[in-house]
Design a protein around this ligand. Structure first.
Ligand code: SAM
Length: 252
């Protein structure tokens, strides 16, 4: 039997944010290669005989190198299995799905890609922050604040500071530097900002502040869950507390 691979987005955490297609593929998989950010409830959708491999990666703490993951996907697909590579959020948004895709294409293994809800979109929905809003924000920038050297990567800071909404991935460690850069190119210190840890999960935590205060608030709170930071005028539209919320909240 010919093997194949599916690169599947699992969404930000809440199992209800999984697509129907992702759920079907997880249930059909012979081998499931999963990231740390994928919820146990989602992994439990695999059939009993499915081989589950935790290739658990959290930014900066790689438990398996990307090259080894690529080899593992290939090895199982070449053995005739259906491999589902399950990733937090969307496979093509800071998910290294592109590298896996290239490996599979080069090897001639049939591959399909299933999108997932990326964290920025989930956070916008959770906080009731429209990421673009007529007259307020005309663009959305998804950016990483982490590079391989564990430093702030280069971006066109002036362009980013000119407006629109910024959604910062992997920013826990470099948030102070990022805020400093944006302030340095003239972004208003009062620009609303929010940091959300463990978005859509029962232990979700939100910290509201401004470009000038958000890094200090995050540092004071601590925690080692994944964190998304939204910066922009639209953040002022957030509904910090919602009926039925079980998440912990902190308001600045
Ligand atoms: C390697 S990137 C993966 C992004 C993922 N592919 C996506 O589309 O959301 C990991 C980063 O995504 C963000 N992230 C993922 N899940 C999150 C969550 N539940 N809450 C907050 N941030 C999250 C954090 O910024 C984290 O450092």
């Amino acid at each position: 039997m010919k093997g194949r691979a599916s690169l599947v987005g699992a969404g930000p955490g809440d199992p209800e944010l999984l697509t129907l297609k992702a759920a079907r593929l997880i249930g059909e998989a012979d081998v499931l290669l999963v990231d740390k950010l994928v919820s146990p409830e989602i992994i439990a959708m695999a059939k009993p005989e499915c081989r589950i491999v935790d290739v658990g990666k959290r930014c900066g703490r790689h438990s398996m190198q990307q090259a080894a993951i690529n080899r593992l996907i290939l090895q199982h697909a070449r053995a005739g299995r259906h491999v589902v590579r399950l990733k937090g959020g969307d496979p093509f948004v800071f998910g290294r799905g592109g590298e896996e895709l290239e490996t599979l294409r080069e090897a001639g293994v049939p591959v399909e890609v299933v999108p997932g809800i990326t964290t920025a979109l989930a956070v916008g929905a959770r906080l009731q922050v429209p990421l673009t809003h007529r007259g307020v924000s005309r663009s959305l920038h998804l950016l990483t604040a982490h590079n391989h050297a564990d430093a702030l990567p280069e971006h066109d800071w002036a362009a980013l500071a000119r407006g629109g909404t910024l959604a910062v991935y992997m920013g826990v460690r470099t948030l102070p530097l990022l805020a400093e850069r944006l302030l340095g190119v003239g972004m208003a210190a009062t620009t609303p900002a929010v940091a959300v840890q463990n978005a859509t999960l029962p232990n979700e935590q939100r910290l509201f502040g401004t470009l000038a205060t958000i890094a200090g608030l995050v540092q004071a709170q601590g925690g080692d869950g994944p964190m998304m930071v939204l910066i922009g005028e639209v953040v002022a539209m957030a509904q910090p507390l919602m009926l039925g919320d079980t998440a912990a909240h902190a308001a600045a």
